[in-house]
Write a new protein. Structure first.
Length: 224
């Protein structure tokens, strides 16, 4: 069976990362969480009190403290800037609420997309984000566009936050997710949109295993 590139795009909390991790593990592929990279850049901007107009300063910081990934003993993906583990801080609400603005900066996207493409050259990969099928891996053999209703996505994020001990309010989450959808799909650089050759998959009402099964079935057809 040949190895392929799998690109999974979709709005916030549509289940992309959860599904992508399982598929990568099942196929023995590399999983790359591009959202974590934009969160890491956002974390650096906030920590150093940089506004969206201070692009050069942010790019310099990312050069001095490169974003990298590792694995914990339990198999959890770890995210680092330089040698500092920021896996949990990048999931805080403050980062979540600012990530769309940082991700919309063309120079930041250009830097991170080039890093993502470099990693993808290393063989079988599953990558999830907003612009994987359209910009990062336009030649990917399988592109999936994953969607779900705002209510369902807010419920998922709410449960995740509670499990992580992050204080959270369901109605506020719904508003924040709807606002992120708008920002992500209306930005000038690499807006969230479905690639022409992507498989559209609405996950509302489906459990994780059902979604994984559908995507793996599509992947196997392309591997043979």
């Amino acid at each position: 069976m040949k190895t392929i590139q799998i690109a999974i795009d979709g709005p916030a909390s549509s289940g992309k990362s959860t599904v992508a991790k399982i598929i990568a593990k099942d196929f023995g592929y590399t999983y790359l969480d591009t959202g974590a990279m934009y969160r890491a850049a956002t974390y650096m901007a906030l920590k150093n009190q940089l506004g969206v107009e201070q692009v050069e300063e942010l790019l310099d910081l990312l050069d001095q403290h490169p974003i990298s990934f590792g694995r914990s003993e339990t198999g959890e993906q770890l995210v680092f800037v330089g040698d500092v583990d920021i896996t949990h801080p990048i999931r805080e609400n403050e980062v979540t609420n600012h990530v769309s603005a940082i991700a919309a900066i063309p120079e930041v996207r250009e830097k991170l997309v080039s890093l993502q493409q470099e990693i993808a050259q290393q063989g079988g990969i599953v990558m999830d984000g907003r612009d994987i099928g359209t910009v990062v891996l336009p030649q990917a053999e399988l592109k999936i566009f994953l969607v779900a209703s705002v209510d369902e996505r807010a419920e998922r994020r709410y449960k995740e936050n509670i499990a992580k001990g992050i204080e959270t309010d369901l109605e506020t989450l719904k508003e924040e997710i709807a606002a992120r959808d708008y920002k992500d799909s209306h930005r000038e650089t690499s807006p969230l949109k479905q690639a022409e050759d992507a498989v559209y998959l609405d996950t509302t009402g489906l459990n994780i295993q059902e979604v994984v099964k559908k995507i793996e079935s599509e992947a196997k057809q392309r591997m043979s």
